[in-house]
Design a protein around this ligand. Structure first.
Ligand SMILES: Cc1cc2nc3c(=O)[nH]c(=O)nc-3n(C[C@H](O)[C@H](O)[C@H](O)COP(=O)(O)OP(=O)(O)OC[C@H]3O[C@@H](n4cnc5c(N)ncnc54)[C@H](O)[C@@H]3O)c2cc1C
Length: 561
């Protein structure tokens, strides 16, 4: 039976207290909530929020008691209790997605019912209640994730790329799930039999207790979980933002908070490349660092608080650049019309030039060093390839839990490519070993990477070692192919903006305005490029965030033209 969570017996996430997760509102605070809601009496056992139905309301208990229940195999387990002064809800209420829990009156109760839109108005206008509600929602979601509460079960193997992809997708979207590892859990066969599954079907996602998805795509998972339900794709938006990395999320927060009608498109989940960073230490205001995942989670909640909408697992596949409003194509003949576009589709890791690389991606070769990957190589030897900041961070992070980290770089040293603080950390960490002038030349293994060979380009000597984990951090290529030549790019495919655009670039797009392009504007009027996708970008979270916010100020000017 699931443990009961309530204020008295919770061990809260670090830095928070049970009273922050289940705050009791004062009479004065309750009166302010009532101004946005209405009173409602419910009978004992009445259900006020049903599992898997879109969450459109929260309830504040005036008298009586509500139970939040997890439902599995038709049995209810109490997950939380709301006593007088407490309110229901967690992050789903901001997104309007389907509920993870059922909420039932434990006795006849007096409630204040607040509709989602009214709650949004409340958190935008009442800063004290905004803090209380948002903090509780975030902490409750973290607790649900920690306790794997929800009705999603993933069955897979830690030696499978598809399993890693699905785990990453669920984690990036803050979706609680239970994980059963085929290689470690003896009872898994019983579960497979129950759902008539074979090993070949893995990884399998059992979604909402009934739907069985065999090796599903991210889009299928998003569909089953109802991530994109209720989002109108037909009306003309003020702004469509492509990509929910730091740049896109920042643009969404500023645009939505300034009253614009915003839709974000994201192929995976919020966070972008920064989401793959275990600890960002140079972002303003976080002296002890913050993980990219946490930063993205906060930004995503903030964007939703102001009413921005996000289509998850939806790729922008094209842009109609010959007429306005523009249309961003999203596949299956669907498109989203919009007056302006902010392109924040960032970049992707460069891949090592090795014939059998694909065979080991996710099963020994990784492109991010987060807690997910760190768990896979705890106590072992690992290789980090690359001499930039992301490689440095990965090495320092992995050194905490692995036996030895070998950093392979093609150049003679780190000074020119890595921040000084990271170079110093690497020098001071005894289990990090730097191999300059070195290049990986072969990968070997059966189901998983087992052996890596590299060559010292100065001496010509090769070395082979039994190492099963390689972190490839060798720079990035822009995600701009989907634009198919619609906007002017530099030779490497990064989008040119503002004063970088030549008269030829403008002529090619038939630029007809009397003004030149604004800062961050491409050669298509009202189409902006921000963050790592922009030519001349500086590959920093802070600059991506800054550019996202600056672009929004020019969007206002374009909309007024
Ligand atoms: C491991 C690592 C550590 C880092 N550490 C730091 C650090 O400590 N400090 C620092 O300042 N910077 C750091 N960086 C760099 C920083 O993360 C990037 O500069 C920043 O993420 C760029 O943000 P962005 O929003 O422009 O692009 P991205 O973060 O690349 O986000 C782009 C988003 O667009 C989505 N997307 C792509 N194509 C499409 C499409 N067609 N349709 C819909 N969505 C699409 C992607 O899925 C992605 O979510 C690090 C990078 C990495 C990889």
């Amino acid at each position: 039976m699931t443990e009961i969570l309530h204020a008295e017996d919770l061990s809260p996430p670090p830095g928070s207290s049970p009273s922050e997760m289940f705050p009791v509102l004062t009479a004065a605070q309750q009166a302010r909530v009532l101004a946005h809601g209405q009173r409602r009496t419910v009978e004992q056992n009445e259900i006020v929020v049903e599992l898997n139905e879109p969450v459109t309301k929260v309830f504040l208990v005036v008298s009586g008691r509500l139970h939040a229940l997890q439902v599995s195999n038709n049995q209810e387990h109490i997950v939380a209790i709301c006593n007088p002064g407490m309110f229901t809800g967690e992050l789903t209420v901001l997104s309007g997605r389907r509920g993870l829990l059922r909420i039932r009156a434990a006795e006849k109760s007096e409630l204040i019912e607040i509709e989602r839109e009214a709650l949004q108005a409340l958190v935008e206008t009442d800063s004290e209640l905004s803090d209380i509600f948002l903090r509780a929602f975030i902490l409750r979601r973290l607790e649900l994730i920690e306790r794997e509460v929800g009705d999603i079960v993933l069955i897979g193997s830690s030696h499978s790329l598809a399993t890693l992809r699905i785990k990453e997708f669920l984690t990036r979207n803050y979706q609680p799930y239970s994980y059963i590892d085929l290689d470690r859990d003896a009872d898994v066969q019983e579960l497979l039999d129950r759902f008539s599954l074979s090993i070949e079907d893995l990884p399998v996602l059992i979604c909402r207790g009934t739907a069985v998805l065999r090796n599903p795509s991210n889009e299928e998972i998003a569909g089953c979980l109802g991530f994109n339900e209720g989002i109108d794709q037909a009306h003309v938006r003020d702004i469509v933002i492509v990509g929910a990395g730091p740049a896109g999320l920042a643009a969404a927060v500023y645009a939505a908070s300034e009253g614009l009608d915003v839709l974000l498109l994201e192929s995976s989940g919020p966070g972008g490349q920064a989401g793959a960073s275990s600890k960002i230490e140079n972002y303003l205001g976080f002296p002890t660092g913050i993980s990219g995942h946490e930063l993205a989670g906060r930004a995503y909640t903030q964007a939703q608080k102001f009413g921005a909408q996000m289509l998850i697992a939806k790729d922008a596949k094209g842009l109609t650049c010959d007429r306005r409003p523009y249309k961003v194509l999203i596949g299956d003949g669907q498109s989203v019309p919009t007056r302006t576009v902010i392109i924040a589709s960032g970049a992707q890791y460069r891949r090592l030039n090795l014939d059998n690389l694909a065979k080991f991606e996710g099963v020994g070769v990784y492109y991010g060093a987060t807690h997910l990957e760190a768990q896979l190589c705890s106590g072992e030897e690992v290789i980090v390839v690359g001499g930039g900041n992301s490689a440095g961070q990965a090495a320092v992070f992995l050194a905490q839990t692995t036996r030895r980290v070998l950093v392979l770089i093609r150049s003679g040293g780190l000074a020119e490519t890595m921040s000084r603080y990271l170079v110093r950390r690497i020098e001071e960490t005894p289990n990090i070993e730097l191999h300059p002038n070195s290049e990986v030349v072969a990968l070997e293994g059966n189901d998983h990477l087992e052996r890596v060979t590299w060559r010292n380009n100065q001496t010509g000597q090769t070395e082979s070692h039994n190492i099963a984990h390689l972190f490839s951090m060798t720079g990035a290529v822009p995600n701009s192919a989907w634009l198919d030549g619609c906007v002017a790019c530099d030779q490497a495919g990064f989008i040119k903006t503002g004063s970088d655009l030549t008269t030829e670039d403008l002529a090619r797009a038939e630029w007809s305005l009397s003004r030149p392009p604004y800062l961050l504007e491409s050669n298509l009027p009202g189409v902006f490029a921000v963050g790592d996708i922009r030519a001349g970008n500086v590959k920093r979270v802070a600059s991506a965030v800054g550019e996202g916010s600056i672009a929004v100020s020019f969007v206002h000017q374009v909309l007024a033209e």
